[in-house]
Design a binder for this molecule. Structure first.
Ligand code: MG
Length: 411
């Protein structure tokens, strides 16, 4: 699937130095998936979409497949007939279900797997990609939160490469270029504080999902928008960063920075600090995850340039762990380790879904998670999750228990 060479500035065709990177985009119809395809559209000499997958957004998937002409498409079971009928005449192979999602990550024709599916669904395909020595551009933080120990062990065994798409982790990844690992003292994750920064606990009890979905600086999917409003997103990112960069959770700090211009920082043992800055646009981290250490040429029309005088001031403050207990819960789960981050993640996914469904209130989210962490901690969850089956079993148990707590209103 070669693309036509682009015309260069001097009127000569520009030849790519290497053949284009062949991508499998898991979660192609979501926010990150769509923006990844925008990057492919702008840089057809660098990337081709070899595989696209989606859950239920069949119309968008069909539209994307007809534009990008991947070899293979995977869709959720319910959408199979419709998608197959639409794409079969175009010669695009269509498969359905989780097993297929896993299989495409082992395809010889795939160089890079972009994991942009939502929640815990990302773990198994990411492990398959690691085992098959793919490059993995990881947007799904739940994968590392749940199964970080397993993924790290597999990466060490197979020599795969994981590059982060999350903006904070991309910033840290960029700051670490050329710096020996033993010179790093602290990672400093920035977070906007979400749409409810500064609100009282009483006010927070009544916030509705529609309000929580309006993020001040980033435009994201529904689940991550709620995580961002509770500060759980920053907690999940802390666990993600610990795994990605091999740091202890206590060596990772969280700082609230409402303007979302400083994407994160690294402090070194001589006291020096490096930060990475930019306008809030996920295409930057996506491009760097795919092309690093190279940087793709982007015009100012494609990627608007940062003007510091226009921004005016950048402010920083401590996170409010009292009114946003999810951050402290995540920090505690990170320090406990073992199966506890998996418990945190499972309870959070169920609680957020229930909140979006207007079954529970905003402050019930941390209450539910705390109850699950206490119960699971008492039941020895710290020693669980040494293999994938046990981890998935733990995940399932916590989901059921959290569901029961919601249904019986025992929050
Ligand atoms: Mg982030």
């Amino acid at each position: 699937m070669m693309t036509e060479p682009k015309s260069g500035t001097a009127g000569r065709p520009v030849q790519a130095e290497n053949p284009p990177q062949r991508l499998a985009i898991l979660g192609a119809t979501g926010s990150i998936g769509t923006q990844t395809l925008e990057v492919v559209r702008r840089h057809p000499d660098r990337f081709v979409a070899e595989v696209l997958t989606a859950g239920t957004q069949t119309d968008r998937l069909i539209e994307q497949a007809l534009e990008f002409r991947p070899n293979t498409v995977v869709v959720g079971d319910a959408g199979y007939e419709k998608v197959r009928e639409a794409l079969w005449p175009a010669g695009i192979k269509v498969f359905a279900g989780e097993a297929a999602l896993n299989e495409v990550c082992a395809f010889d024709t795939v160089d890079t797997v972009v994991t942009a599916v939502m929640g815990s669904m990302g773990l198994r395909p990411t492990l398959t990609a690691v085992e098959n020595r793919k490059k993995i551009a990881l947007a799904n933080k739940e994968t590392l939160v749940m199964g970080g120990d397993l993924v790290r062990a597999a990466v060490a065994r197979h020599g795969a490469v994981i590059t982060p798409i999350d903006s904070e982790h991309s910033a840290i990844f960029q700051c670490l270029q050329g710096e020996p690992a033993d010179t790093v003292e602290k990672l400093i994750l920035t977070g906007s504080g979400g749409p409810f920064r500064g609100r009282s606990r009483e006010a927070l009890q009544c916030v509705r999902p529609a309000e929580a979905l309006k993020h001040p600086t980033w435009n994201m999917g529904r689940k991550i928008s709620i995580d961002s409003a509770t500060l759980m997103n920053k907690g999940l990112e802390l666990i993600e960063a610990a795994h990605l960069f091999g740091m202890r959770p206590e060596d990772i700090e969280v700082v609230i920075h409402p303007q979302s211009i400083v994407h994160s920082l690294v402090r070194f043992r001589d006291g020096g600090v490096k930060a990475q800055l930019g306008l809030p646009d996920m295409k930057g981290p996506i491009m760097y995850a795919l092309s690093s250490p190279d940087r793709l040429p982007e015009s100012a029309a494609q990627t608007p340039r940062l003007s510091l005088p226009q921004i005016g001031s950048l402010t920083f403050e401590e996170p409010d762990r009292g009114n946003f207990p999810c951050l402290a819960l995540a920090e505690a789960a990170a320090k406990a380790g073992g199966g506890m981050p998996c418990v945190l993640n499972a309870a959070n996914e169920v609680a957020v879904a229930a909140y979006l469904n207007e079954e529970i209130g905003f402050m019930d989210i941390p209450a539910l998670i705390e109850a699950q962490l206490d119960a699971a901690g008492g039941a020895g969850a710290v020693r669980r999750g040494r293999d994938l089956d046990d981890l998935l079993a733990l995940d399932g148990e916590v989901r059921s228990a959290t569901r029961r707590a919601i249904e019986n209103k025992t929050i």
